[in-house]
Write a protein that binds this ligand. Structure first.
Ligand code: SF4
Ligand code: SF4
Length: 58
């Protein structure tokens, strides 16, 4: 499953977008959103690098 982003917690810092190896995430309206779920390899980098703990990978 691709990550789920809590838009209440996301501050739009962009770290997850910069760090995702597969360009799964993009910024929209100052929040990170999943653009290309099929490309997610569930590596967990976005989860580990989010300073707000706004990303959940289930
Ligand atoms: S789990 Fe990995 S591949 Fe999937 S969105 Fe996060 S950083 Fe990108
Ligand atoms: S790293 Fe976290 S706070 Fe920063 S844009 Fe991504 S989801 Fe939002």
């Amino acid at each position: 499953m691709p990550p789920v982003i809590d838009t209440e917690k996301c501050t739009g810092c962009g770290a997850c977008i910069d760090d995702c190896p597969n360009d799964v995430l993009v910024m929209k309206d100052d929040k990170s959103i999943v653009k290309d779920a099929d490309e997610c390899v569930e590596c967990g980098v976005c989860v580990d690098n989010c300073p707000e703990e706004a990303i959940i990978l289930s």
